[in-house]
Structure formats: structure tokens, C-alpha cells
Design a protein around this ligand. Structure first.
Ligand code: WTA
Length: 638
């Protein structure tokens, strides 16, 4: 079957082969990756496979090679597989028809929209912001940018106008592509209104293109706004691909950091393409005629790498779902799996936990016999959720790949290869070939024993890694390469068992993952502090049955407010507006002080213990600047 795929990349087919590939990727990484890269289409091959120096830090893959990623994702499938379905689109409303787009159709839609972008003055290197629902045009817009060498910056359409404006300005985007509105369950989100509010603060945007999606009334700014469908009339669907350098940027994607400003991670073309395709094929063991569905939003890295680029690069059939798992009922995922005979299903632990709360008859009423492989991503999966996924969804018959990776890594780093390498529940297991993880102590010393717990670190470059933070290489250096010189530092802790399997235990920095979304504490605290009555705040997490983590905010107010409930509502409203609804604190406690070290640093560790009701292990607080405050906070906790 494998040979009938239109690309020549082969997936690993036994544990033995995995071990051989892995060892080769470590002993001779350049020949290992050049053989894989050879299976793609290039206008010019590389002079050097890898150049790197992590003291600067600098990493370059496939130096001086020339290519266009859309030729690899689209054109090269046209000769033999033009009529194969590239994308199955499933709408929010189950009563509306789903749609299928062949590689030929997708190719012509991308080329036509690439010409629209050109007509609007977009050129190679320009940044284009995309703020769209999960419709086919989102993928078309991304690939059209890549076709002409523009850099896309997709902003998740659940973000607020403030978050959108910050991201547009950070990358000085010239154009914004959006829609009038977005359907999400029973809601109709007024995207264009949010955009209009954001653009008051963005002087860099020259023009916007608006997709008519919900056909609701919108405000119109003439001279700036134009309709997607009108701009496309009479535009050719032939567009020569811009020839790009391997290390030219493909996209910017923002992720939260532990300080206020989001980090615009820059991914470059060739390394990202090679790595997402290789990891997609191997982890999921995708074969011709399989139907693969990743439920993530394309606004996150999972959607970029494993809905759009990875699957298309190997000529797969991938599902794009506009809706949410609970609409019209909690069985929607399974209804869609049955309807499209999904063979590969990739989702997040938070969705699994939410669905597990409902009767298993909601799963069992569907014929899920097409399912072959299940996957999870985004946060650690607990045993109960893993078991339910395995038994009820997978009918004890589907390998589960627990894939650990990050926006910054571009692709899956640690995961079993479905049915090929051993799986172990709640463990991401072994690194992919080419990935060299290790554990280090807080002092940065590598832990040599196999069975150990420590800070996760990566020792050697891989092609899919982000090359910089847009406009701030210093910060890239500080966050990822300076904490532990010589290593890439992902910010996660991990356990390793005797067989070398990794289990990710969670963040070791100030990033909190709520329902699979990374949230930095700083931007949320900054938002809370905008409330006129708030002097200072501190945000921590506590475990939550469904969301994984929930947010607990401690706030100091100017005067003890009589109407605490009102204050809570207002704080939530501010956070929702400035950061996004997902970042609203679940619990708020008004306090008169926060536990601080003598140097003035808030002791979040203590606040976390209080929020978790784990006060027995708070430990010695006598070195605090204000030890009495701890008792007071505990006493007043509701
Ligand atoms: C966490 C998502 C445990 C981790 C692709 C990481 C995980 C952060 C897993 C990146 C997993 C992701 N097991 N934790 N399988 N996958 N994480 O940038 O803390 O949205 O650093 O990328 O999610 O989140 P991001």
C-alpha cells in the first residue's frame, strides 16, 4: 500500500527498524536527515545539511536549498493523485452537508487566492495575519501565503481584540484575512466586530479580506475592507510558486510565555516541512486511503503541523471540523468518526476528560470499527482518561500515541509510533529518531541513570525547531538556551523509566495549561491589575477534573470591597476582554498581602499549595518577608 502514496517517504515498520533509525540519527544526523529530505521536491538541493551553534544560538538546516512548500503539499500529488480527497470539511451544524476537496481542487483554490493576495500588493516576506473560523478557506489562505512567500501569522479566532491587536502589531502585519462571523456550537461569534476593534490600534494593516461565512451584518471600512468572493472573480487559478530559501520563514505562531508579551515563534520552510511530514507518517503510521482527523483548531501549532502541513506533505486525507465536541450533543466526535469512517483520531486530554463524564452509550451507539489509531496531545493524560479512551473509544483495539511536543518544536518529539514501538499508558514513551532528549538537575547537570526524574532538555537540533522569536532573538536565547547552556530547554519536567520511556509531568515555569491552552500567568495578572480597585494579584493553578488545571487568583484591593461578588464578575470580564474567555479565573480570593521572599518575589509555590488544599506540605515559611500572611490567606479561603 505504502508504495502507492505519491511521495517516496517510507515509515518505520518494526521496533527493530526504529532502533536502527534512532541510532543512525544520533551517530550520523546529517546523512539520516538528508536521506529523508531527498524524498521531497526541491528546486536546488542543500550545500550543507546542518549548521548549528547553540551558544549564539543559531540553527540552519538544508543550507542554500530552494523549494516551495506548497509544491510539496499540492503540486506533486497532482500527477497521480489529483482526485484523491485532500480535505473533508465537516460543518458545525450536522444538518448541513460536509464537503470534500480533492488535491486538484485545493491546488486551484490556493493558486487563485495567491493571485488575489498578489493583486492586493502582498509580496514575498510580507506578514499576513489570519483570524478565521475552521473553514477550508483558512487552509487556503495559509497555503496561498506560502505559495507567494508571504509569512502567515494565524491567530486563534477565540482570542480577544486586544490579543489580536498585540499579535498584529508585533509582526507588523500588512494584511488581515478574516470572516464576518464564526459558528461555534450554538454561538455565532462576530469576528469582524472583534477585528474592527483591534484594527483601531494597528496602523500597519493596509487591507483586510473578509470571507462571507455567516452572512451576518457587518460594519464596513471602505478603502480597507474587501470581500473574498468579490476579489476572486475572474482571477486565474494558475500561480507559479515563489522559489524560497530553505531557511526563509514560513510562519509566525504566538505562544504564551512566563512574561507578559506573547512569543512569536518563527518556523522556517524546509526543516519544518521535512519534520512535520516525517513525524506525521511515522507516529500515526498513516497509509494510503486512511482517513485522518485531528480535532485541534488550526490556530494552534497542532493544527498547523498535523491538519495542514504534515498530512498534505504526504498526500493524506485529513478532516477539518468547524464545530465543538458538545454540539449538538456530547456524541458529535463519534458521529463524525462514523460518518467519515475516520481511521486515525487525534485529540486532547481535556476533550477526552469532558466526554468521559457522559454515558459511554454516547460512544457505543456509533460504529467506530474504522478506527485504527488514537492520539493525544497538549498536556499530560491521566490514567482514567487514558483507560476510557483505550477501552471505550478504541475498543481495546487501537494503539494510542501520546505525543509530547510544543509550538516551539514544530512537530512531535516524544511519542510511540502507532503499533510499532511499545506504548505505556500516561507515558509519551520514546523519542522520535533525530530527537535527543535527556533529564537534567536544576543545576543543569545531566542525569545519567536511566530511571530518574528531572527537567527535560534536548541535546541536539532537529529540523522542525523554531529558529527565533520574531523581532527578539535575545529573548529566544534567554528563554530556551540560556537557562541550561548547551541544551534546548522546553520548560517541562519529566520522569524516565528503566526502558528509557519519558512521562511528562508538567510545566516547571509560569505557564499554566488550561483545557490544553497555554496561558502565561503574567498577562492574566496584568489584566486583573487593570481593575481600578486591584493593587496587585497573583495567579496559580489547581487541579481540575476536566480542564486539567483551573485558575486561582489572589488579589489585593485598595479597600476591602463590600461587594466582592461584583468585583469577581468585573475581574472576570476584564480578563475575558483583554486576554480571552479561556483565561478567566475560576476562583478569586481577596487578600491583604501575598507571601513574598525578602527580595520581593511572590512565592507562587505556597499560593499553589493553598489553592490545592495541600497546606500540610507548605514547609518552612520563616524566611518569608511576611510569614503571617500565609495563615491569614488559609483562614479566609472559601
Ligand atoms: C504540554 C502543543 C504532556 C507541555 C503541541 C508542553 C504535553 C506544552 C504533551 C506545549 C503530552 C504537550 N504530555 N504534556 N503529550 N503535549 N504538552 O505549545 O507542557 O500548545 O511544553 O504545543 O504542552 O504546548 P503547545
Amino acid at each position: 500500500m505504502q508504495t502507492s502514496l505519491t511521495h517516496k517517504l517510507k515509515s518505520i515498520s518494526s521496533f527493530d527498524e526504529y532502533k536502527k533509525s534512532y541510532n543512525r540519527s544520533v551517530s550520523d544526523p546529517e546523512s539520516f536527515w538528508s536521506e529523508i529530505a531527498d524524498t521531497f521536491g526541491w528546486h536546488r538541493k542543500w550545500d550543507k545539511v546542518l549548521e548549528h551553534d547553540w551558544t549564539i544560538p543559531k540553527t540552519k538546516w538544508f543550507t542554500n536549498a530552494k523549494l516551495n512548500i506548497t509544491e510539496n503539499c499540492l503540486d506533486r500529488h497532482l500527477e497521480h493523485n489529483a482526485d484523491q480527497t485532500a480535505i473533508i470539511w465537516e460543518p458545525n451544524d450536522p444538518d448541513k452537508p460536509s464537503k470534500q476537496y480533492s488535491y486538484r481542487e485545493l491546488h486551484s483554490m490556493v493558486c487563485q487566492f495567491a493571485n488575489v493576495l498578489k493583486n492586493k500588493g502582498i509580496k514575498k516576506g510580507d506578514r499576513v495575519c489570519i483570524y478565521m473560523p475552521m473553514v477550508i478557506e483558512l487552509t487556503v489562505a495559509m497555503l496561498a501565503c506560502a505559495r507567494i512567500g508571504a509569512v502567515h501569522s494565524v491567530v486563534f479566532a477565540g482570542f480577544s481584540s486586544d490579543a489580536l491587536a498585540t499579535r498584529i502589531n508585533d509582526a507588523s502585519c500588512k494584511m488581515l484575512i478574516t470572516a464576518d462571523g464564526a459558528y461555534r456550537g450554538t454561538k455565532n461569534i462576530p469576528l469582524k466586530n472583534i477585528v474592527d476593534e483591534a484594527l483601531h490600534r494597528c496602523s500597519c494593516i493596509d487591507s483586510t479580506i473578509i470571507l462571507k461565512n455567516t452572512a451576518q451584518d457587518i460594519n464596513w471600512v471602505s478603502g480597507r475592507d474587501s470581500w473574498w468572493h468579490l476579489e476572486s472573480i475572474g482571477v486565474s487559478d494558475y500561480c507559479e510558486a515563489e522559489i524560497m530559501d530553505a531557511e526563509d520563514p514560513l510562519f509566525i505562531l504566538y505562544t504564551s510565555g512566563s512574561t507578559g508579551k506573547p512569543k512569536g515563534m518563527v518556523h522556517t520552510i524546509a526543516g519544518y516541512m521535512v519534520y512535520t511530514a516525517y513525524s506525521f507518517l511515522n507516529v500515526f503510521q498513516y497509509k494510503q486511503s486512511n482517513i485522518y482527523w485531528c480535532t485541534a483548531d488550526i490556530g494552534w501549532i497542532t493544527g498547523h503541523s498535523y491538519i495542514v502541513y504534515g498530512p498534505l506533505a504526504v498526500g493524506a486525507t485529513s478532516v477539518i471540523f468547524e464545530g465543538i465536541p458538545s454540539y449538538p450533543d456530547y456524541d458529535r466526535f463519534w458521529q463524525v468518526c462514523e460518518k467519515h469512517k475516520v481511521s486515525h483520531f487525534y485529540t486532547a486530554p481535556t476533550a477526552i476528560r469532558a466526554l468521559k463524564k457522559h454515558p459511554s452509550s454516547l460512544v457505543e451507539k456509533y460504529d467506530l470499527s474504522s478506527l485504527q489509531v488514537l492520539g493525544t496531545v497538549g498536556e499530560p493524560i491521566n490514567v482514567e482518561a487514558w483507560q476510557w479512551y483505550n477501552d471505550i473509544v478504541g475498543n481495546n483495539n487501537c494503539p494510542i500515541v501520546d505525543t509530547w511536543w510544543q509550538t516551539e518544536t514544530g512537530g512531535i518529539m516524544i511519542s510511540s509510533l502507532a503499533g510499532i514501538t511499545p506504548q505505556k499508558s500516561t507515558f509519551a514513551t520514546l523519542p522520535l529518531p533525530g530527537i535527543q532528549p535527556t533529564l537534567i538537575t536544576p543545576e543543569g547537570i545531566e542525569i545519567l541513570e536511566t530511571e530518574a526524574e528531572g527537567i527535560l532538555a534536548i541535546k541536539f537540533p532537529w529540523p522542525g525547531m523554531a529558529r527565533t522569536i520574531y523581532g527578539d532573538h535575545d529573548r529566544y536565547n534567554k528563554v530556551y538556551f540560556s537557562a541550561y547552556p548547551g541544551y534546548y530547554f522546553p520548560g517541562d519536567g519529566a520522569l524516565r523509566d528503566q526502558q528509557g520511556n519519558y512521562r511528562i509531568t508538567g510545566r516547571v515555569d509560569d505557564v499554566i495549561i488550561v483545557s490544553g491552552h497555554n496561558l502565561g500567568t503574567a498577562p492574566i495578572e496584568n489584566a486583573i491589575n487593570q481593575h481600578p480597585l486591584v493593587v496587585e494579584s497573583a495567579l496559580v493553578s489547581y487541579p481540575h477534573e476536566i480542564k486539567g488545571n483551573a485558575l486561582y487568583a489572589y488579589v489585593i484591593t485598595y479597600n476591602k470591597d463590600e461587594k466582592e461578588e461584583e468585583l469577581h464578575t468585573e475581574i472576570k470580564e476584564i480578563v475575558s476582554r483583554l486576554v480571552g474567555p479561556i483565561a478567566k479565573p475560576d476562583k478569586i480570593q481577596v487578600v491583604t498581602g501575598l507571601p513574598k521572599t525578602r527580595s520581593g518575589k511572590i512565592m507562587r509555590r505556597i499560593l499553589r499549595k493553598i489553592a490545592t488544599d495541600d497546606i500540610g506540605t507548605i514547609g518552612d515559611i520563616s524566611t518569608l518577608l511576611n510569614p503571617d500572611i500565609v495563615d491569614e490567606i488559609i483562614k479566609n479561603k472559601k
